[in-house]
Design a protein around this ligand. Structure first.
Ligand code: UDX
Length: 463
């Protein structure tokens, strides 16, 4: 059991000395292997290379590694490209399919492979992470910390440790939990400005290695040293809480629509209470993405496994699914007199700032709309290619918002892209056949839209 207080005191001292200008924080250069080059692994790899470490990113997908080695990013993240290119050029960032090359001699191995939901049980599917643990174990040499970055159920660290020790009983290794809180679209920002760094370790030696890896953050970021299982639970509990917060504000938005209150004003007033906080109070069409839907389901399953019914989370999941259907109905009801009328859809990604369409509310709403209309034109600033993989020829793809709106009867905003705030409404009015806007992300100013001659409806206010 780690002596947590030793670490807390050591860090507090370091922080004090650092703030008093008495010491410089020494940056340790480590060899870090990262298994998985997705939305977690790739930005983390780039970030750790930028801090000066020698980073090897491993992936099984040959074409992905080829693209990355050819200097092509395989996903969009704001600010990623510049740091990616810089660190590939200076030799600190290498991409490989060769696990041995990455793991032999590594001080730290980060597991960042996917833990997708099981199609039936909705539990996190751990086959990839267990397979990676089994494969990497044979190459461990010298003391190594194997840290789980992927979101994994409580107790997975125990399983990974058992696998590693079985494959390589001689290995000098500690398995820890190092949950990732990066938001897609802001991953680089979040990497360099984390709210907290949570380390779940049952070994003091492993904590020391993490102190070294994250030395540049000492004095700037809160560190939390906890048991491995607590750390695993923190990730799920945080994501489930945020999902519930979004569900709550969406329910309040419905209430505002019926009662005559305005959700903007209500959210602002609530957010001014520091106990509530102003973040994650944007009402919308429901949450989506690769994390919240998956993690809330996995948390609910975990609760059942441990005999605790997590009613708030289960209700959040069910209501969030219902909400997307309700949102589609709102749009459909506006064109029921003209089912052949063209619908312009702006926004396909699960949120602004990313090209990711996984579990996107926009895609679910669009699929519902396609049951009633075959005349839909779509535009998203970054997610067109990913959307096309999912939607194929069922919609037409516009080159920009204006082309999508040509001859449309109704324009629908489904993703919170900042660009949509600055649309030229006069121009759009001239392009559209009828003048209805359904803004499910409250991106536009109601008064301005109405003044421009549109029938406008948004979320949480009786427009
Ligand atoms: C989330 C967590 O925020 C992050 O800490 C974790 O590491 C991964 O999961 P991410 O999935 O990138 O990050 O998206 P996030 O910004 O949290 O948004 C999730 C969903 O909630 C999106 O569909 C977004 O549009 C929606 N949302 C968010 C709202 O509807 N309202 C809000 O106020 C905030």
């Amino acid at each position: 059991m780690v002596e947590i207080w030793d670490n807390v005191i050591a860090l507090a001292l370091l922080k004090g000395y650092y703030e008093a200008g008495l010491i410089f924080i020494e940056v340790y250069i480590m060899k870090v292997a990262i298994i998985g080059t997705g939305y977690v692994g790739l930005p983390t790899g780039v970030g750790l290379a930028e801090l000066g470490n020698e980073v090897f990113c491993v992936d099984k997908m040959e074409e992905k590694i080829c693209a990355l080695n050819a200097g092509e990013l395989t996903l969009y993240e704001d600010g990623l490209e510049e740091l990616f290119k810089k660190n590939v050029q200076n030799g600190r960032l290498t991409f490989t399919t060769n696990m041995a090359k990455a793991v032999i001699g590594a001080d730290v191995v980060l597991l960042a492979v996917g833990t997708p939901p099981h199609p039936v049980t909705k539990e996190a599917d751990l086959q990839y992470i267990y397979a990676a643990a089994e494969e990497l174990a044979q190459y461990l040499d010298g003391y190594t910390v194997v840290a789980t970055k992927s979101t994994v159920p409580v107790g997975t660290g125990d399983e990974i440790e058992a696998i590693v020790r079985k494959v390589n009983p001689q290995a000098d290794v500690d398995v820890i939990s190092l949950p990732e809180f990066l938001r897609e679209g802001f991953a680089i920002h979040d990497f360099f400005h984390p709210d907290r760094i949570v380390v779940g370790a049952n070994s003091k030696k492993a904590c020391k290695v993490m102190q070294k890896l994250y030395a540049p953050f000492v004095g700037k970021t809160e560190f939390l040293w906890v048991k491995r299982k607590s750390s695993e639970a923190i990730k799920y509990a945080s994501n489930a809480f945020l999902a519930m917060k979004i569900h709550y504000i969406n329910e309040m938005a419905d209430f505002c629509e019926n009662s005559g209150a305005d959700i903007h004003e209500v959210a602002k007033g609530m957010g001014m209470d520091s106990r509530i906080g102003s973040k994650f109070l944007n009402a919308g069409p429901g949450y989506g993405g690769s994390c919240f839907p998956k993690d809330t389901n996995a948390m609910a399953q975990m609760g059942r496994k441990y005999g605790v019914r997590l009613n708030l989370i289960e209700t959040t999941i069910a209501k969030n699914d219902e909400r997307k259907k309700e949102m589609a109905e709102r749009v459909i009801s506006k064109i029921k007199n003209n089912p052949q009328g063209k619908i312009a859809v702006l926004g396909l990604a699960f949120k602004g700032g990313t090209d990711d369409c996984r579990e996107s509310p926009a895609m679910d709403i669009l699929r519902e709309m396609l049951e009633h209309s075959s005349n839909i034109s779509v535009f998203d600033p970054k997610a067109m290619a990913n959307a096309e993989k999912l939607l194929g020829a069922r919609v037409t793809y516009a080159k920009d918002a204006y082309e999508a709106c040509e001859n449309a009867e109704i324009m629908v905003i489904l993703t919170e892209w900042e660009d949509f705030k600055n649309l030229d409404l006069k121009r759009i009015r001239g392009l559209m056949k009828a003048h209805k806007i359904v803004d499910l992300r409250n991106m536009l100013q109601a008064e301005e839209v109405k003044k421009s001659g549109f029938e406008y409806s948004c979320i949480g206010m009786n427009s």
